[in-house]
Ligand binder design. Structure first.
Ligand code: PMP
Length: 407
């Protein structure tokens, strides 16, 4: 169906070559976390075997090598997202910490009583709760931009919500719960027109296509390494330089200072001002290897393959009695959320797992949208470029068994 050589790519991912519950693994939980190619696993192991040391200490050869690899990874990330400088690439623990960092530092400095923060009704909890925390502390409000029944952001209502009291619009690029791709170009331009800043939660977009933060003109962009075929425990926050320069530090400690005395402390320059303590050096090395891997991959072919998988799966779902798709926006990435009519999503997930098919079930950390739809959650199959059409066939064969067993 596509020219993308999925069998060759699958060979790069050792975890896929196993049986689970007596069946060859079909991994369809890529929105939760992606699998790691051998090159990433090897880079992390090599780092610990040969270079492990603390960074920025410069006293010996290992420290120099570790620093070079660590900062080299930052440079790779900057090029990958087209950031103007690697000083604007901050290491975090993940998307969640990136958003918390902006809410706690930029928010503390810029939000006041009566100000408004807009997020979408479809956000992940990590893009709701940090804003509620800072809004509660300063007397601002957090309001939800409505989302239509098919999961599409309602731009008309968004336009009506905008006024000069809106100081921040914090929006996901892609929904983890439904797969909707939001019109963030329009959102960013509209928000900027009233003077608001825009944070994009890129957790679900970054693995699917090339993100260019300068072309987007977003003020902040956050993502997690583990959703980009890299290790857990690491993330990236990109920010515009003037904003990062003006923001106070997030945590205090080593690395983030210039001078410390009991008379007062001065802070380090970007990016170190936001990186207190020993960072996740091996994680950064792993992410650098993931980016190298992706740069060598036919990414357009990969995206087209993922899209073809989604279409194939959605067509099958529509043709199958007793399956209801949730989130049918025309603008979607390779996430298929659905209900098996009459069955609880968790029970469906268990029966799929027994057949070696890994999906996620539940509210996907997006409880408000599930409440809007009046459902406890969904079954979510999320595809990556290493999935095959045969994987989709296995999913539907397993669903047929689930229906026979549960209904
Ligand atoms: N936002 C979205 C859209 C996500 O899908 C996720 C992860 N499910 C997060 C934020 C949080 O990412 P992390 O747990 O890696 O911090």
């Amino acid at each position: 169906m596509t020219k993308f050589d999925v069998e060759r790519v699958r060979a790069d991912f050792p975890i896929l070559q196993q049986e689970v519950n007596g069946h060859p693994l079909v991994y369809l939980d890529n929105a939760a976390t992606t699998q790691k190619p051998e090159a990433v696993i090897q880079a992390i192991a090599d780092y610990y075997r040969h270079d492990n040391s603390n960074v920025h200490r410069g006293a010996h050869a290992l420290s120099d090598r570790a620093t070079e690899k660590f900062e080299g990874a930052r440079t790779k990330v900057a090029a990958f997202i087209n950031a103007p400088s690697s000083a604007q690439v901050l290491w975090t623990r993940g998307t969640t910490e990136g958003i918390n960092m902006v809410a706690a530092t930029w928010g503390r400095q810029n939000l006041k009583a009566g100000d408004r923060v807009l997020v979408s009704a479809l956000e992940h909890h990590s893009n709701i709760v940090p804003w509620q925390m800072i809004a509660g502390a300063v007397g601002a409000t957090v309001e939800a931009i409505p989302v239509d029944g098919d999961g599409t952001l309602n731009l008309t209502e968004f336009r009506q919500m905008l006024d000069p009291r809106v100081k921040m619009v914090s929006l996901q690029h892609v929904s983890n719960a439904l797969g909707t791709i939001h019109p963030i170009d329009d959102v960013i331009a509209m928000a900027h027109a009233v003077g608001a800043k825009v944070l994009i939660d890129g957790a679900q977009a970054i693995s699917h296509w090339a993100v260019d933060v300068q072309a987007l003109d977003c003020d902040f962009y956050a993502f997690s390494a583990h959703k980009l075929f890299g290790p857990t425990g690491l993330g990236v926050l990109y920010g515009k330089r003037e904003l990062l320069d003006a923001m106070p530090p997030y945590q205090g400690g080593g690395e983030m200072i210039e001078t410390v005395s009991f008379a007062g402390t001065t802070f380090n320059q970007l990016p170190y001002k936001f990186e207190a303590g020993t960072p996740d050096i091996a994680g950064a090395v792993g992410l650098g290897a993931a980016i190298d891997y992706l740069n060598a991959l036919d990414r357009r072919g990969a995206s087209a393959h993922e899209h073809a998988l989604l279409k194939y799966a959605e067509d099958k779902a529509r043709a199958m009695p007793g399956i209801t798709l949730v989130g049918t926006s025309p603008y979607k990435t390779s996430v298929m959320s659905f209900m098996v009519d009459g069955a609880h999503p968790a029970d469906v997930g268990t029966i799929l797992d027994q057949q070696g098919v890994a999906v996620r079930t539940g509210n996907h950390c997006a409880q408000p949208i599930m409440d809007q739809y009046g459902i406890p959650g969904t079954v979510r199959a999320s595809f990556s470029f290493y999935n095959t059409f045969a994987d989709v066939d296995r999913l539907f064969a397993a669903l047929t068994k689930a229906q026979q067993f549960l209904l």
